[in-house]
Design a protein. Structure first.
Length: 102
């Protein structure tokens, strides 16, 4: 997992205001290619895998584990500064947010 410095800073800032929650990667159906990894700020579930990157603990939902090895978490510039999770190994749509599961 690659975490950009900009995304790291935004996540750390959000964590300061949300005690007890951590970033959680969840597999969702959606997007033009069919599936998306979504980053939520939640309490982890007992079935989640916990990993740490740059001092931040991330929870990975059980169904998302096979898809997070080669992802990048980036901050999309703009007014909303959206955090985007990209699967760098999968066949993705043009925006890179959603991907197909073979």
């Amino acid at each position: 997992m690659i975490l950009s410095r900009q995304a790291e800073a935004k996540i750390k800032k959000a964590l300061e205001k949300n005690s007890g929650k951590i970033p959680r990667l969840v597999l969702k159906r959606g997007g033009c290619a069919g599936n998306m990894l979504v980053l939520l700020l939640e309490e982890p579930c007992s079935s989640d895998r916990i990993i740490e990157r740059n001092g931040i603990k991330f929870a990975i939902e059980k169904n998302a584990i096979p898809f997070v090895e080669n992802i990048s978490i980036e901050l999309k510039p703009g007014l909303s500064e959206e955090i985007v999770v990209r699967n760098n190994d999968a066949q993705t749509c043009r925006c890179g947010k959603s991907f197909k599961i073979p």
